[in-house]
Structures are given as C-alpha cells and as structure tokens.
Ligand binder design. Structure first.
Ligand code: B12
Ligand code: SF4
Length: 498
C-alpha cells in the first residue's frame, strides 16, 4: 500500500507510473515490463530489511541496461540505514528517500532533473543529503493508486482471501523498545477523515479489509465516526486489524460496533507473559490487562492471534512454559524472535553482540543474537513450539472448521489460504533455519552504535522530527515537547494521548 501511495503522488505530479509487485510477479516479468515501458526512473520499496540484498542486486541489473534509469529506493527499513545501503550499492542506487514517500519522491524527481537531487527533503545521495523529510499535511490525500496493481487476488491475510489494505491512521504514540513504528514517524499520529475512510472502503473491490494501522482504534470517536459512515452507506466487508490489549479494554464499545460491521479477526501484540518481559519491551501494560483483553475479545466473539517475542536466551523450560500456555488458550499464538532492527531503541542498547549481520536473517524468524541453547537446539525448540501451536489449529476439529472456509474460497477461485495451510513444514523447519546461517552474505548490516538512549534524547532515533503538519494537532504528546520524557504509564489517556 505504501508504494500505491507514492505512485498516486507521482501521478498527481504528472508522471506516468507502473507498479510491479515482486511478491506476485517474477523478476523475469519485472524485466519484461521494464523493457516495454522504458521508464526514466525506477523506485524500489524497501520496508523490510531482509529484502536489502535483493534490491541492491536489482538496482545493479538496471544500471547495466543499455539505457539505465534513475534508481531510487524508499520505505521503512531503508530510511534508518540510507547512507550504508547507498555505499553498499556502489553507485547502482542514485538516491534514497527517507520517510514518507508521497512528498519526498515528487521533490526528488523534480530536483533530479536539475541535477540537484541531494537538495530534496529526505533525499540521501552520494553527492549529499537533503533537509529533513516532511510529513504530509494530511493523510487524506493522495489516495493509493490501487488500479496500478495487477493480480490483486493474490493478496490475503489468514482467511480473508482476497484482502486489500486500508489505512485509517498513521503512526504510533507508544514507544516500545523493539519497534520502529514510533521512531519512523517521530511519535506523531495522524487520522484519515472518517468520510474519506468510508469512501476508500467503498472503493475497494475485495471482500476482506486489512486495517494496517499500527494500533487500531486508539481514538474511540474516530473508530465510531468511520463505523457510522459505513453503517449509513450499508457497506459490509470482513475486517482484520492489529491493536493493543489496553486499547481493546478501554474502547470495547468500538470493537463491539466493528464486530457487528464484520470485524472477525484481530492481532494482539502481547509480546510477553510476565511483567518482567513487558517492562523490558516497554510495553506499558500489565500481564493482567493482557489476559483481561483476551477475555473481552472472547466475549465479543473475535478470533484473536497473539504475538509473543522469543528471547534468544530462552532455555528449554521457557519454551515448555510457552507451549503449555499456548495450548491452554483458544487463541492462535504467533512467535517472533527478538531482533534488534535499525531504528529501534534495542538496536543501540542491546549489549549482546549480533551473531550475524546478514540482512536476510533479520526477519524475526531467525536468531541474530546469541542463543543460550546451541543454535540447532534453539531452532528445534522454536519449531517444535510452533508445530504444537499449529497442530492445535490444524487438528481434526479445527480442520473440520476450516474445511468449510477453504471450500468457500476455492469455489471463488481463491487458493491463497488453502495453500498457506500446507506450507508449514517448508517454512518452519529447524534444519533449514540453521542452514540459512551458513550462506555466504554479500551484503551486511552496519555495526550498531551502542549507547544508552536517554529519553530526552530520543529524537535522534526519529526519521520525521518536529511539527510540520497542521493535522499533527491531533497529537498532544508532541515529540518536540518535554512531555515526551515522561510518557504515560498505561499508554496515552484521553487527556495526554494522541
Ligand atoms: C501492514 C504491515 C504488514 C503486513 C503487510 C501487508 C501488506 N499488504 O503489505 C504483513 C502482516 C503481511 C506484514 C508482514 C511482515 N512484517 Co510488517 N508491517 C506492517 C505495518 C504495520 C504497516 C505497513 C503499511 O502498510 N503501512 C502503511 C503504508 C502507507 O506505509 P508504508 O508501507 O510505510 O509506506 C510509506 C513509506 O514507508 C514510504 N515508502 C514505502 N514504499 C516506498 C517505495 C518508494 C520507492 C519510496 C520512495 C517510498 C516508499 O512511503 C510510503 C507512504 O508514506 C508496518 C509498521 C509500520 N508502521 O510501518 C510493519 C513492519 C513494516 N513489518 C515489520 C515486520 C518485522 C514484518 C515481518 C518480517 C513479520 C513476520 N516475520 O511475519 C513480515 C515480513 C513480510 C515480508 N513481506 O517480508 C516491521 C519491519 C521490520 C524491518 N525493519 O524490517 C514493521 C516496521 C513493524 C515493526 N513495528 O517493527 N507486515
Ligand atoms: S504499540 Fe505496537 S506499533 Fe506502537 S510502538 Fe509498541 S509495538 Fe510499535
């Protein structure tokens, strides 16, 4: 969706744009499209760190064509390590756009025409670095250029097959230590106008909607206003969203209203079962609240997927405790391995030395910090735990339940969900995970600069700094104000929050 937003901004500025999504198209198809279209410029989306090597190689390929285009890269991950990636590309990448792409890309391409790309806000080039990237004044425009995406039926999330992404808000006012959502947007938080949000959902052809907000429905009145617009227009879809336990507890009525509108599945980032773990991740929540939120979701009839962070220091006993707990609750439990990503606080404060700097292993499925168990045993425990949880859901009863869903999807020609069900052993495989550490790595992450991050000094982690957009008035916990040094204890309250 990010790339659709960038494309829309470029179209508004008068450019002709095409999108090739390498999740749904092969590299050969991309090459064919490139040769046919002969673009002046090619931009790559690099939200995910694990994709850095692939993008550098594609940029090199483009620069070896007879008529090489201007090559630029943007997105979440690359924004934090722009200089480093630029150096590694050795001239194959002309510029990196840090921060939001809508404003930055238009400015970059205009400046590049005059050989002044390095003067564009957010631009990082070998010639120099432009001023701070600018935040959009309002996220109401531009609207994502959805029509540029082909094979939309390949997008799905769980049983929502097919599904389209929609964004109601941008940014997160919390400050979890393992996350870069808040550092990217400098803890700002902007909302789409309710009418625009409803228009967007009406515009989407897919029956499933993935609300990609970092934390959905922080502001109950915003969720209610969008719901009211949808009810008025009698729009029925199926929704999936990600949120926090305390938000669900505080704004239960909004979730109940959305349940009636078609919200069936939610993702709760619980991260840890004990208070110690929650403090370590600065989740600003208690284990009791997490459990109460699960109860509440069950009462609402919502299917919940829970995320827990696996510390590489876990021993067999800790895995056993998690397995036991996961088996005792009806929810789907998802495990991700603690990974210090550039842009997060733990990238700077995690004193355990990284065991690898191979970009491809930074996908929260691999251990990039020292494991207490020998690595093969760590992966065996991880995969065993995932397998036990998976069997719970693919057990005989669960299978009987999903069989109806699969049949319905297949009847509509949608095979994504069915295919996903049978991929488990290929994806979660201890030997394969271990072997992936042995691959020679051509491109490596920079060494983290280790230092303590003083709360008053956290702006240094931000990509977007300072108030540049009127809609930021929605945020009272202003990154530029001293209030940021004493963030709220249980997340933003109506008085101090976003
Ligand atoms: C939705 C989402 C997903 C969805 C994606 C659904 C979809 N249809 O795309 C799902 C659930 C599949 C997912 C999966 C994963 N995700 Co995710 N995801 C997000 C989330 C919450 C929002 C992304 C989004 O769509 N935002 C809305 C759009 C409008 O914003 P955007 O994409 O950032 O785009 C803007 C800019 O980045 C930039 N931009 C983007 N592309 C381009 C391209 C160019 C050329 C330019 C100039 C600019 C530009 O301009 C855009 C407009 O302003 C982000 C958190 C976040 N706030 O970024 C995490 C996030 C990106 N995910 C993350 C992770 C870890 C993962 C997984 C690895 C988790 C896992 N192991 O399962 C996987 C990897 C998937 C993969 N492809 O490899 C991390 C990234 C970590 C990292 N540094 O690599 C993030 C930052 C979450 C976090 N808090 O740490 N994810
Ligand atoms: S609440 Fe979620 S999105 Fe926000 S900082 Fe924490 S983990 Fe990141």
């Amino acid at each position: 969706m990010g790339i659709e937003c960038v494309a829309a901004a470029l179209q508004e500025a008068g450019h002709q744009v095409r999108i090739v999504d390498l999740q749904t198209h092969s590299k050969a198809e991309m090459a064919k499209e490139f040769l046919e279209f002969e673009p002046d410029a090619v931009g790559f989306g690099l939200n995910y760190l694990a994709n850095v090597p692939e993008v550098i190689d594609l940029a090199r390929w483009l620069k070896n064509r007879q008529r090489p285009p201007y090559v630029f890269v943007g997105g979440h991950s690359v924004s934090f390590i722009a200089d480093h990636v630029l150096q590694q590309a050795e001239g194959a990448i002309d510029a990196i756009v840090r921060g939001e792409g809508e404003t930055g890309t238009v400015a970059l391409l205009a400046a590049a025409r005059d050989g002044a790309a390095h003067e564009a806000p957010g631009a990082v080039t070998l010639q120099g670095t432009g001023p701070q990237p600018r935040l959009l004044e309002s996220i109401d425009t531009p609207r994502p250029a959805r029509e540029l995406i082909r094979r939309r039926n390949r997008y799905f999330i769980g049983v929502l097959d097919p599904a389209a992404s929609v964004e109601f808000t941008r940014g997160c006012p919390w400050d979890c230590s393992f996350c870069s959502a808040w550092t990217f947007y400098g803890r700002s938080y902007r909302k789409l106008s309710p009418g625009v949000a409803a228009d967007e959902i009406a515009r989407v052809k897919e029956p499933g909607i993935f609300i990609v907000d970092d934390v959905a429905f922080i502001r109950p009145e915003h969720g209610d206003a969008i719901a009211a617009e949808l009810e008025r227009r009698r729009i029925r879809k199926q929704y999936y969203l990600e949120t926090r336990a305390d938000v669900l507890l505080r704004n239960t009525e909004v979730f109940a209203r959305w349940r009636r509108l078609g919200l069936n599945y939610i993702f709760l980032g619980m991260e840890a079962l004990d208070a110690e773990g929650l403090d370590l991740y600065r989740k600003r929540i208690s284990p009791d609240e997490n459990m109460m939120a699960l109860e509440q979701a069950r009462k609402l009839g919502l299917a919940v997927a829970i995320n827990l962070i696996v510390d590489p220091q876990w021993d067999r006993e800790q895995f056993r405790v998690v397995r036991e707990w996961a088996m005792s609750v009806p929810e789907i439990v998802h495990l991700s391995v603690m990974t210090p990503y550039p842009g997060t606080e733990i990238w700077h404060t995690e004193s355990r030395k990284l065991t690898t700097s191979d970009y491809r292993l930074f996908d929260i499925q691999h251990a990039v910090l020292p494991t207490r168990l020998p690595l093969p045993e760590f992966y065996q425990e991880l995969v065993r735990t995932q397998a036990v949880i998976n069997r719970k859901h693919l057990g005989v009863v669960a299978l009987a339940r999903t069989a109806g869903i699969v049949a319905r999807h297949l009847a509509h020609g949608q095979t994504n969900f069915a295919r996903m069900l049978w991929r488990f052993t290929r994806v979660y495989n201890a030997e394969r995970l271990c072997a992936e550490h042995q691959r020679p790595a051509r491109y490596q992450l920079p060494e983290p600069e280790l230092h303590t991050v003083d709360p008053r000094d956290r702006k240094k982690l931000y990509i977007h700094i300072g108030r540049t957009a009127p809609s930021r008035s929605a945020l009272t916990d202003d990154p530029g104000s001293s209030s940021e040094t004493t963030p709220p204890s249980v997340g933003p309250s109506p008085a101090t929050g976003p």
